[in-house]
Design a protein around this ligand. Sequence first.
Ligand code: SF4
Ligand code: FES
Length: 348
Amino acid sequence: MAEANYTTVTLQVHRFTPRAERAERARGGSPFARKSSPFGGGADASARRRPRGKQWVQEYTIPARPEDTVLDCLMTIKRTVDPTLAFRYSCGHGMCGSDAVSINGTPTLLCTASVRDWAKQPSALPQVDDEGFRHIGSERAVRAESEVTATGALSIDGADRTDANAKNATDAADTAAATSAVSNTQTTSGSLGVIELAPLPGFPPQRDLIADIDPMLNQIRKLTPYLQADGVLATTSEGKVDVFEYLQHPDQLAKYETLSNCIACGVCEGSCPVFAGGDAFIGPAALVWSSRFINDSRDTKAMARMDAIDTADGVAACQSVRACSRHCPRGIDVGEEMWQIVAKVRER
Ligand code: SF4
Ligand code: FES
């Protein structure tokens, strides 16, 4: 497939501008307002989780190459087209975790997502009808898929087989025609396709692509995410404080090394259908951080850490959906870790 020399990509950005805080809220709001949530949080948190403001979808078409990242595209827009577009980033290399958003409905990092991988031809994007339902394929394609599945499970007679072959041939021709149409579109228009961007799901949006990830960071903070070890304070012969040294076997390190790569990006929490803001579930990221220290042989607070997560909104709230495993940018099998930590807490 020949690629055009000059290519563009279209970014459909879900934008949000918060409404200015009203004076009544500063004075305490309505006397009938609910003061606290049974799951914690309180009035401030519930106010924060109901952001109000203007929402709209804005399209930007800019020059781009297939190997550009989506973050590159947003930087181009910010510098040359629309300086009001808000998004968060820092390292640009998948190390800081500050730029997690939803790309085509999937939580991931802007700086590691390439245009080549995420741009879709408009016809391939799910269409949303008037009632807000997303259509993920044509009725005919869905029927063909279910028939192919059924054909694999059941034997069919000769006549049916002929029909099925004819139908498959038609579908194959349709697919080839669609592929060729996409290819022609790209060659003639130079468009690599469309990428849909929205703030990270499960967190309240603050502005445009920036979500408020404080609920996740607060949950991690509550679980004391630092080493608590008994060390003997060593002093030198001159009486000065010497360094602590904790020796650890490579096998002991292997138990938590992968977990220590978590960058608290929130992608797993954005994928988790139970988390949704953190009121009823402390979330997979907080449990990963807790598990990292529980599995560290130098830490002396493993029992207290397990007590802290053995609550209704702790390990008991995990439904083992395992959606959290799919997109962790640091390669942590979050769902498996949830499984391990739940078993460890129950067996203690
Ligand atoms: S476990 Fe992975 S996806 Fe979840 S916060 Fe840590 S790095 Fe991000
Ligand atoms: S900008 Fe740091 S992880 Fe993407």
